[in-house]
Design a binder for this molecule. Structure first.
Ligand SMILES: NC(=O)C1=CN([C@@H]2O[C@H](COP(=O)(O)OP(=O)(O)OC[C@H]3O[C@@H](n4cnc5c(N)ncnc54)[C@H](O)[C@@H]3O)[C@@H](O)[C@H]2O)C=CC1
Ligand SMILES: O=C([O-])CC(=O)C(=O)O
Length: 350
């Protein structure tokens, strides 16, 4: 069974749990699963709300938070929420929550089923995602070295930008350590799908849950290519199509005017992605878009719908036909995407 295609429309477990909360302050834990999720960069703008959603999730029994600042406090705070999962917060220095000596990156990662990485700096207006490379490349490299050492079998979901380069960096780091499994490494592009669904639904006067837009390519500027031509029954004018496509690529950084980039919607998208990975690990077949090693095009990594099972990616689904408008953007995007991938590979091997 194909579960939950692209899967951003479904009410996720955490939100379902909240919606079905009994009176008082406890969420229902009847369907509680046993899984450990580690969030690296957990004290940040994305990390905190993402960790909150994870704490609410019936899919997660152990939540381990890591950052260079703040995680003992974030973990203490979350630990007061009466759901079934335990929470730990760790720093590189010897302070942690619970206060019994720093558990460090090793214990944060040991036994993790899924590692989600939103560590790194966000954009300010006028910057491209690629402008974050110099700072974030090294952060992702170090954290993925930790994954290779302490949780080589975990699924790794990378949020840190520029995703088009940080995912190839992660792949090279894992290869060097002899731990690379391309089926288990993902760049998170779910926010692009969330946006495309929301904007298309608004434009058509529909409920976003009834829309399911495939977004392909990568996660930066013109490499983000939503396939609005596949929205059943929709006839967008050329101007509408252009406006929807451009809006899906970039809006929040300018609106936040220097205070960072998307955090709350990204936490939602990151949580949906994580929950789908956990469902896949539990044995459900999940299809969702992700930026993964791929042979669909001549770029070595590409975002497209992938079918995920217990052991990671089972199938990268065929792209199908593109409309002339989409083909135009596809051709424009490919050199940029390939060069951003190559930049990541070169960095990791320098
Ligand atoms: N893939 C996507 O769709 C999206 C990606 N992003 C990216 O996510 C990243 C994080 O964004 P925000 O949470 O807004 O930034 P933020 O600055 O609020 O939080 C980042 C966190 O990472 C931590 N950090 C830095 N170095 C670290 C290290 N070596 N180990 C562990 N933690 C470390 C910081 O202390 C901070 O708490 C940015 O690169 C941003 O561009 C943002 C939105 C969407
Ligand atoms: O725009 C940014 O820099 C953050 C991001 O990747 C997004 O919101 O899609």
């Amino acid at each position: 069974m194909i579960f939950n295609r692209h899967a951003t429309n479904a009410v996720s477990g955490a939100l379902r749990a909240a919606a079905t909360s009994p009176r008082g302050c406890s969420f229902s834990t009847t369907s509680a699963s046993k899984a450990k999720v580690a969030v690296l960069g957990a004290a940040g703008g994305i990390g905190q709300p993402l960790s909150l959603l994870c704490k609410l999730s019936p899919e997660i029994s152990e939540l381990s938070l890591y950052d260079i600042v703040g995680t003992p406090g974030v973990a203490a705070d979350l630990s007061h929420i009466p759901t079934h999962s335990s929470v730990t917060g760790s720093l590189p220095s010897p302070v942690s929550f619970p206060m019994k000596g720093n558990i460090g990156l090793e214990e944060t990662l040991s036994g993790a089923d899924v590692v989600v990485i939103p560590a790194g700096v966000p954009r300010k207006p006028g910057m491209t995602r690629d402008d974050l490379f110099n700072t974030n490349a090294g952060i992702v490299k170090t954290l993925v070295e930790g994954c290779a050492k302490f949780c080589p079998d975990a699924m790794i979901a990378i949020i840190s930008n520029p995703v088009n380069s940080t995912v190839p960096i992660a792949a090279e780091v894992l290869k060097k350590a002899g731990k690379y499994d391309p089926k288990k490494l993902f760049g998170v592009t779910t926010l692009d799908v969330c946006r495309a669904n929301t904007f298309a639904a608004n434009s058509l006067g529909l409920d976003p849950k009834d829309i399911d837009v495939t977004v392909i390519g990568g996660h930066a500027g013109i490499t983000i290519l939503p396939l609005f031509s596949r929205v059943g029954g929709a006839k967008f004018s050329d101007a509408e199509l252009e406006a929807l496509t451009v809006r899906t690529r970039d809006e929040v950084v300018a609106a936040k005017a220097g205070a960072g980039s998307a955090t709350l919607s990204m936490a939602y998208a990151g949580y949906v992605f994580t929950e789908n990975l956990l469902r896949a690990i539990r044995g459900e077949n999940v299809v969702q878009c992700a930026f993964v090693e791929s042979s669909l095009t001549d770029a070595s990594f590409f975002a497209s719908p992938v079918k995920i099972g217990k052991n990671g990616i089972e199938e990268i689904l065929p792209l199908g036909d593109l409309s002339p408008y989409e083909k135009m953007w596809f051709d424009k995007m490919m050199p940029e995407l390939k060069s951003q991938i190559q930049k990541g590979v070169a960095f990791a091997n320098a």
